[in-house]
Ligand binder design. Sequence first.
Ligand code: GLA
Ligand code: ZN
Length: 701
Amino acid sequence: MKKQNPVRFAPLTTFPHIVHGGDYNPDQWLSSPDILQQDISLMHKAHINSATVAIFAWSALEPEEGVYSFGWLDETLDRLYENGIRTVLATPSGARPAWLDRNHPEAMRVSNMGVRNHHGVRHNHCYTSPYYRAKVAEIDGKLAERYGRHPGVILWHLSNEYGGECYCDLCRAAFRDFLREKYGDIDTLNQQWWNAFWSHTFRSFDEIEPPLPNGETSTHGLNLDWKRFVTRQTTAFMKNEIAAIRQYSDLPVTTNLMGLYPGLDYRVLARELDLVSWDSYPRWHAYGVGDDVTAVQTAFAHDLMRCVHPSKKPFFLMESTPSVVNWMDVNKLKRPGMHALSSIHAIAHGADSVQYFQFRKSRGACEKLHGAVVDHAGHAQTRVFREVSELGETLGKLDELVGTATVSRVALLYDWDNRWAIEDLRGLNKRRRYPETCQEHYRYFCEAGINVDIIGRDDPFDGYDLLIAPMMYMAPDGMGEKMRRFTESGGTLVATYLTGYVNENDLCHLGGWPGVGLDELFGIRCEEIDALYEPERVEAAYCEENVLRLQGSFQAQDLCELIHCTTAEPVAVYRSEFYAGMPLITHRRAGKGHVYYIAARTGEEQLHAFYEALARQTGIVAPLGNLPAGVHAAVRSDGLQDYIFVMNFCSDAVTVPSTRAYTDLCTKETAGEDGFTLKPYGYVILKRKHHDGDSGGSSAG
Ligand code: GLA
Ligand code: ZN
């Protein structure tokens, strides 16, 4: 077992408690002072200790260009603070006042058909426009100057859900500069984008346009670089906001990310933030999808968000809904108990806050039916309010969790540019399912309570015992060597079909797949890849003697690579199709470690059996042993105490056998060996003395 020391991170803000609150928009209620007063007593009743203010408040802050109106915000912040409620203060760049768009249309985004937006909605500014950047810096600076030292303010919230793309002339020119900087000369770019294809060779950078639906769509290197440019430009826009704040305030800055949102490489953005926060809206109780499956997908996103920050410290759950959203096809109520469970679930995976969109429901416009803590009825006698309030009371007892770490012996690779390249490739079949596949490989660990870090290929691998790299299609030079070093020192590595096909610019590796030396490391050679129709299955079975001692048969689907073992040994083989007898799973000892290659997409049952066996072999043991179906666990730790979250995603009660004495963190009762019962959607946080390795899987024996 590689040694990792659990730590307690410093609290993320000057308020060392679990932050409970959410978006609060007093600017929508300025003509109803009675309601603003009621808000305070309702916040107290709901055990809310923080409000996120001014997200879209620009027209209330600067009703005319250069004419400011801060009185209402002064009063809001003071009123909150005097009543013991802290403020997360937002910058208003996510939506613009009408005067701004009228005076400076260049702030409005241009679509990929070259059409400039009209004024309206939100999240639609040009991120390049020097005018808009200057205007944003001005208002942000004014806010920071005025409130940067307000005792109630604990955190800056930059803009809101940065996203989308702009194709205006300024952005096109900036894209060309980005390419000049990256490639230096046009011949290098032509080579890396393979531009001799279809006569696409450029003579100068000035000839290059972004990918456009009625223009270029077929140059994969261009598509990738455009997405990287969008990330860079959005980050630059965000840094402009941070710099404006930093003139006057040292408080931490965050922005609310969106989990698996594909449009931005969040690892690049997160590097600039003091802490990561994100907006989580799982589809609980979806038709035909078990809540335990939704829980795995949600946990994956929490772990990804925790790990996009280089520190992997706790994050903030900046938004969630206390009841329903208004933008799904079917906006179903959270069943009683699910609100507390899903909030605790976020904390289990590293959140130090539970925040909502929003505190009080808007009276008009398109979010008037979106769930909120306070409904249009305006009082506390609702099921939703009661559940929020009960949760708030519980969160008030969990201070000791603040800053505790998530220690993982297992890491799973998930890279945005890999996703872009996989989704862009033409060929195979349409069932790419990169994020879904990563979640399927993650599932066993998530259910068993074995922590997993979701990391990028540029993150360090040392410290992990098991590294899982599903569909690592994009493997730049150096990737083979990095993985070899990981296994040399004792790590176990798992890769799958579609590994090492292309470099970072989407040029295929020559000399056989998997490229960059991974063929040698895995001891295999991939010759072809078969794509199946959706219902088709290929039979497969474990070899009689195999290192994982697995038995029986299973099926492959969607994508089946035809591989040969060079120095690896087969663990399982295909049993039907013309490739019957060829290896499907292989194993090889590499240095002090092991490498496994899974050459086809298999079902979740097979992955469960595989990872259960692999965890056993690697000495990674689930902290509570086998849990009943639908019950998941996760562990936080400060190195002295472990906090094991056990969560029941079933609508029935279940009994969990327990093995060692613990204290229930919420009730402070001590219990022992006889196990415990969880209510439908119930949870318990077990506190027990730290056991080396329990956070993230303990050492066998
Ligand atoms: C996003 C936004 C919020 C709100 C919610 C509704 O997360 O950030 O302003 O619109 O969606 O679910
Ligand atoms: Zn633009």
